[in-house]
Design a protein around this ligand. Structure first.
Ligand SMILES: [Zn+2]
Length: 478
């Protein structure tokens, strides 16, 4: 049961918790002319030109940030009291397969491809892509996309690139788009492959671009998937580039991708429009070509370690000066929460560097700092998706994708270092308030605008259908 709401939008649970003030929800947030002043928070802008404020304010008008400073006077503004909160840009996930949400943790112990050992017969490629995903109807795509999007929004991830490898038909593509749109966050529609006869991919990119992406003034944008392990990828790259779309692809050593990637590097086809996901197991020459081309790297650190993609190439990408973002990848195997992503990134980078220091290597790399991890989780993702003029930092003129994190919670207080608290202490329970383009989507701990119980039941029904069609028993202890 959802807690009863009062007229102000505060719940009974909030009323019972004396630390949460039942302030009224600012009305018409995100609408033209509505002004909201976030007041007295610890403001971490992730923009060096704007700076950080141990006590600061952020003024929003309509969908945009208009001012960030130590003290802002604003008339006719709804005031959000941010004392005890860290105010920062929302997290940006540059690679998430949201269509798998209903299959969460079903492959918790899986590796990515079959290695011939009996214990790995239930692997990702065969179980997820060759079996489960083949049975999705458009309505399954929709509910998975929507629920996965809302779950990440609740955790402060305000932008996603959804890598939807579920384009079996035009109806599947439309359902993915509708699910992304209805979640109400900033989304990049990653148009990846489908598997059924008569599928629209890759040629359907033109229809989709014209139908859904004629305007730049919207929350959704589009990226073309161009997997080099799938026959005909050259067409997908050409179609994407003709439509002025970025080209994203998984780059992993499995399926013979290393020589193919080397060949492409030699041909000089990499560009600043490429988003390379994982980049595990690639040669130094290919890395250099990717860096020289200005390509972006998306790392899914916990997944890469867990599923045998290879060691996450954090140091390699940093040493080459590349733009690196973070991505959650698949919830069938790991949480899509960004505190998990940031902690995975920083602890692994430091472990490697610390080992070199301990072994007497004088040239061990600089240790990553918490603020660096936050940059990878925000502004670098925005750059990778070409959204940095809209989001990724608290910069006047950008859209207001902002999260308020509770720094007075029992797992965090007392606050002594803001980036450190976010990266080394917090989890999704600290995400108090979330706004996307100025519109408040989560308020004082509660996601707004959706009947989550109803959506969960729909997701469970879809999950039951897919398990049944796939002939997989849902054994909670298998
Ligand atoms: Zn992936």
């Amino acid at each position: 049961m959802a807690p009863a709401e009062t007229a102000s939008g505060a719940s009974a649970a909030q009323a019972a918790n004396p630390r949460i003030t039942a302030a009224p929800l600012p009305e018409l947030s995100g609408e033209p002319g509505t002004r909201i002043l976030i007041k007295g928070g610890v403001v971490m802008s992730v923009d060096d030109a704007v700076g950080n404020f141990s006590k600061g304010d952020v003024l929003i008008e309509g969908s945009k940030i208009v001012e960030v400073g130590a003290h802002i006077e604003a008339s006719n503004a709804h005031v959000i009291d941010a004392s005890g909160k860290i105010v920062m840009p929302g997290f940006i996930d540059t690679h998430h397969h949201q269509f798998e949400t209903g299959l969460r943790s079903s492959l918790a112990d899986a590796i990515v491809v079959n290695d011939g050992r009996p214990e790995n017969s239930k692997n990702y490629y065969e179980t997820m892509l060759l079996n489960f995903s083949q049975h999705y109807r458009p309505e399954d795509v929709y509910i998975n996309e929507l629920y996965g999007g809302l779950a990440q929004l609740d955790a402060g991830v305000t932008t996603v690139m959804d890598v939807s490898q579920i384009h079996h038909s035009a109806d599947h593509s439309d359902a993915a788009l509708e699910g992304l749109r209805d979640a109400g966050r900033r989304g990049v529609f990653g148009y990846f492959e489908g598997w059924w006869d008569g599928k629209e991919y890759p040629g359907g990119a033109k229809r989709i671009r014209e139908q859904y992406f004629s305007s730049d003034d919207q929350l959704l944008s589009m990226v073309m998937g161009g997997e080099i392990y799938i026959e005909g990828y050259e067409d997908a790259w050409k179609i994407g580039r003709d439509l002025d779309l970025q080209i994203a692809l998984h780059v992993v050593t499995t399926f013979g991708m290393t020589p193919t990637f080397d060949e492409l590097a030699k041909k000089g086809v990499f560009g600043p429009d490429n988003i390379f996901i994982h980049m595990t197991g690639m040669t130094d020459d290919a890395w250099k070509a990717a860096a020289d081309a200005g390509a972006h790297v998306s790392l899914s650190v916990p997944i890469e370690m867990h599923m045998r993609h290879g060691e996450p190439p954090i140091q390699k990408a940093i040493d080459l000066g590349m733009s690196v973002s973070l991505s959650s990848d698949v919830e069938c195997t790991m949480s899509a929460d960004f505190f998990t992503q940031m902690r995975g990134l920083i602890t692994l980078q430091r472990m490697r560097a610390n080992e070199r220091a301990l072994s007497g290597d004088e040239n061990f790399p600089s240790l990553m700092k918490s603020y660096d991890a936050i940059r990878h989780a925000t502004i670098e993702g925005a750059k990778g998706l070409r959204l940095d003029r809209k989001t990724g930092s608290l910069t006047p003129g950008k859209e207001a994708d902002i999260i308020l994190l509770d720094a007075e919670a029992i797992n965090v207080a007392p606050l002594n270092n803001a980036p450190g608290a976010v990266v080394t202490l917090m989890d999704r329970t600290n995400v108090d308030t979330v706004m996307v383009a100025g519109k408040i989507r989560k308020w004082q701990g509660k996601l707004l605008g959706h009947d989550l119980d109803k959506l969960r039941r729909e997701l469970e029904q879809s999950r039951d259908y897919i398990f049944e069609k796939a002939g997989v028993d849902r054994d909670l202890f298998s």
